[in-house]
Design a protein around this ligand. Structure first.
Ligand SMILES: *[C@@H]1O[C@H](CO)[C@@H](O)[C@H](O)[C@H]1NC(C)=O
Ligand SMILES: *[C@@H]1O[C@H](CO)[C@@H](O)[C@H](O)[C@H]1NC(C)=O
Ligand SMILES: *[C@@H]1O[C@H](CO)[C@@H](O)[C@H](O)[C@H]1NC(C)=O
Ligand SMILES: *[C@@H]1O[C@H](CO)[C@@H](O)[C@H](O)[C@H]1NC(C)=O
Ligand SMILES: *[C@@H]1O[C@H](CO)[C@@H](O)[C@H](O)[C@H]1NC(C)=O
Length: 316
């Protein structure tokens, strides 16, 4: 083993303090005999439909000639390991980037959850009884993205949305956010979070996230922005009211959630409730200024006063 290799290994043990010492000893033993496979990552977390590079190097003693290099999954003891590049599930997606000397790197593209296995590099030499399989292999985990967001937020409040993956992505990733399928240009995100400060009604919509340079987009999560009633108004029908008519006053307002509680006032006195206020057999006593009040859990608002004029049949 060269000085450089020892140094690198000590570094990696120091950087991953929980790595069992036995691992170092094992590699040490293997490498000192001149045989060995080492993987840059023993675990890879990749985004669905992305390409994964499994970086790998191998060594063998001088005097041997490499006959075959290939990758395999889930080896079975006593059975010949299948070459993944001959597997129809992999053939189109697997590319050997390495060589027949020391580099055994591969690329697997368009990964799916079905690719979650342990991958091993294997090589055979011209001396038939010597076959090597590199332990510990590379464990591949494939994740999708999910937007975590509250269902609703009140106008003026702050809210943060999180783009979640089931494992920590191996490659450094830049997150992109979409609202109603439009990319958000205003950058208010940090790591995998989108911060919406002092939320406005326009912030409501379907949010999804993605990684820069990747085609996969998460399913959308709907964010609803709640607010107290506004634009409260009263309409009266019929428009011309004659004594004895049935008259309907309706209150309309814009709020989220929709207001279910309405009160009616005549000259400051409460006279009824409900979105519709009916007066059957109207008389001149009903003339006056009416207002409605719309109430939801975030607040209330009164309409402008409307004047109800009841005409006498005589004049009509
Ligand atoms: C192995 O080959 C890949 C692809 O050509 C290259 O990116 C990588 O740097 C090589 N690794 C080593 C250790 O030479
Ligand atoms: C929202 O965040 C800003 C900046 O962090 C802070 O100043 C403000 O008080 C927050 N507002 C609410 C309602 O929490
Ligand atoms: C997978 O990625 C390819 C490009 O690499 C893209 O054309 C395709 O639409 C993607 N499929 C899905 C389901 O995202
Ligand atoms: C409607 O709002 C008033 C005033 O806040 C409250 O007293 C009343 O209980 C509410 N009624 C309903 C049915 O929620
Ligand atoms: C008000 O009157 C209208 C028209 O006569 C009727 O359809 C409606 O059911 C009434 N509503 C209430 C709350 O009494």
């Amino acid at each position: 083993m060269s000085f450089n290799t020892i140094y690198l290994m000590l570094m990696s043990v120091r950087m991953a303090p929980r790595l069992p010492l036995i691992f170092l000893l094992m590699i040490h033993g293997v490498s000192s005999a001149g045989w060995g496979v080492s993987y840059r990552h023993s675990h890879i977390c990749a985004l669905k439909n992305s390409s994964v590079i499994m970086s790998c190097t191998y060594t063998y003693p001088t005097g041997y000639k490499i006959k075959k290099v290939f990758w395999t999954t889930n080896p079975v003891k006593g059975k010949e390991s299948p070459d993944l590049s001959e597997d129809p599930e992999y053939r189109q997606r697997l590319q050997y980037l390495g060589d027949k000397q020391q580099n055994c790197t591969i690329r697997l593209s368009h990964v799916t959850q079905k690719d979650e296995h342990k991958y091993y590099f294997r090589f055979t030499t011209d001396k038939a009884d010597v076959k090597w399989i590199g332990d510990p292999g590379v464990t591949l985990t494939v994740t999708d993205l999910q937007v975590e967001a509250p269902e609703r937020v009140t106008e003026g409040h702050n809210v943060s949305l999180t783009c979640k993956s089931s494992c920590t992505l191996t490659d450094r990733a830049t997150f992109i956010w979409y609202r109603n399928s439009q990319p958000l240009t205003e950058r208010r995100d940090r790591n995998n979070q989108l911060l919406l400060q002092s939320v406005r009604r326009e912030d409501a919509g379907r949010y999804s996230c993605a990684l820069h340079g990747h085609s996969y987009i998460s399913p959308a999560a709907h964010l609803s922005v709640t607010y107290p009633p506004r634009s409260v108004s009263v309409s009266i029908s019929p428009s011309v009211i004659v004594e004895g008519d049935s008259v309907t006053l309706s209150c309309s307002s814009d709020s989220n959630p929709p207001a279910l509680n309405f009160s009616w006032f005549k000259g400051g006195m409460i006279v009824g409730s409900g979105r519709i206020y009916n007066i059957s057999k109207i008389s001149s006593d009903h003339s006056g200024e009416y207002k409605c009040r719309s109430i939801n859990e975030h607040g209330q608002k009164d309409s402008a006063a409307v004047t109800l004029n009841v005409m006498c049949e005589f004049f009509y």
